[in-house]
Design a protein around this ligand. Structure first.
Ligand SMILES: Cc1cc2nc3c(=O)[nH]c(=O)nc-3n(C[C@H](O)[C@H](O)[C@H](O)COP(=O)(O)OP(=O)(O)OC[C@H]3O[C@@H](n4cnc5c(N)ncnc54)[C@H](O)[C@@H]3O)c2cc1C
Length: 334
């Protein structure tokens, strides 16, 4: 690993100023960042750590029923916190299944959303990669290793987005609180992603001197059910092959008035299964519409020759997540 200077600001403003001044990288838990630095994929001269910024690990139920999650909350805290377990059960579920206990105690929510793809071509400096500036994505080549690659929107880059918390938060309508040199802004997580571009490693549309300060999940306005499911190869210490967060709003007759179904690890950014959402709307929430929605979730898939199996996993994950929602997790305050 190349030597770097560790900068320890004590406020968000000082962290933003240090980023602008040094051109360094944000350091939270360091789980993803140090891994990339050890592999020489990233070699920042400065790390601006958020470890000394107070309040970054706050979890609070707001007066309007929304839930505020500081960007520095660890995955372990998300999985164990009473407010999260009661009001955001699908998020607690996703956080509790991620990685391993040791990693969950170090890894933060902000770092989880901003982590880079696990695509092997991106993570090994000696391979070429479109996100690191190459003209083409080697995953798409006949010789490419494609097993865990994206099956939707996988051109020009077939990397899969690694976060299993992002789809859940997006299904819950979460907003990102962001702070930069021009002040604070709030952006819907659904609108915060950018499609892969040559030479752009990050998937969140943030400037280099902007920080995620918090994630806010709005209060529910109607009765709703939520669910989370993931399919993974190993029981622990690994990323999901496919993950799925769902939120289903019901009217007084138990019909679906709105649905949000978001998948992880299937596209370069979290993937909204719009056909599946449409298949549920207006239907009495039950096993048959769930099966139809799960099937519809595979519409538009463009698997590569080495990962057609992931399309079947999409159907399985969506069916299971919706079934979990049907079985009862209400989610959301109010
Ligand atoms: C074996 C293993 C298994 C894993 N399994 C899963 C899994 O199943 N599901 C899953 O979702 N993840 C999984 N992960 C990934 C893990 O959750 C992330 O690496 C971790 O959450 C990153 O958080 P961090 O605080 O360590 O971030 P860091 O490594 O410090 O930062 C990660 C990136 O985010 C940026 N960043 C950090 N904080 C902020 C901020 N506040 N604002 C702006 N940018 C920021 C950094 O600059 C860096 O680019 C796994 C990791 C390992 C090692």
């Amino acid at each position: 690993m190349k030597a770097f200077t560790f900068v320890r600001p004590r406020t968000v403003d000082a962290a933003v100023a240090a980023l602008a001044e040094t051109g360094g990288a944000v350091h939270a838990g360091g789980v993803d960042l140090l891994d990339r630095m050890k592999e020489h994929v990233d070699e920042p001269s400065h790390l601006v750590t958020l470890l000394d910024v107070p309040g970054r690990d706050a979890i609070a139920l707001e007066d309007d029923g929304g839930v505020h999650l500081g960007a520095g909350v660890t995955l372990a805290a998300l999985a164990e916190n009473d407010v999260v377990r009661r009001f955001l059960p699908s998020l607690a579920e996703a956080a509790g299944q991620a990685a391993s206990p040791a990693i969950r105690h170090r890894a933060t929510l902000g770092g989880n959303l901003a982590q880079r793809t696990r695509c092997g071509y991106f993570r090994i400096a000696s391979f070429s990669c479109l996100k690191r500036g190459a003209d083409a994505c080697p995953v798409r080549a006949e010789t490419g290793v494609q097993e865990t690659a994206a099956v939707f929107a996988n051109e020009p880059c077939a990397s899969a987005h690694p976060s299993s918390l992002a789809p859940v938060l997006q299904s819950l309508g979460a907003q990102l609180g962001v702070q930069g040199p021009k002040g604070a802004r709030s952006v819907s997580l659904a609108e915060a992603w950018r499609a892969p571009e040559k030479g752009v490693a990050g998937d969140l549309a943030l400037a280099a001197d902007e920080l995620i300060t918090a994630i806010v999940v709005p209060p529910r306005t109607r009765p709703q059910r939520v669910g989370y499911e993931e399919v993974r190869q190993k029981a622990a210490f690994d990323w999901a092959l496919v993950s799925c967060g769902v939120r289903v709003e019901l009217d007084d007759d138990g019909r679906v008035s709105d649905a949000s179904i978001v998948l992880g690890s299937v596209a370069p950014t979290p993937w909204v299964a719009t056909a599946a959402e449409a298949a549920l709307r207006g239907k009495a929430f039950g096993a048959e519409p769930i099966a139809a929605a799960a099937k519809a979730a595979t519409q538009g898939a463009t698997p590569l020759s080495g990962n057609t199996y992931k399309v079947r996993l999409v159907e399985v994950a969506v069916r299971r997540a919706l079934t979990r929602a049907l079985e009862g997790a209400k989610g959301g305050a109010r």
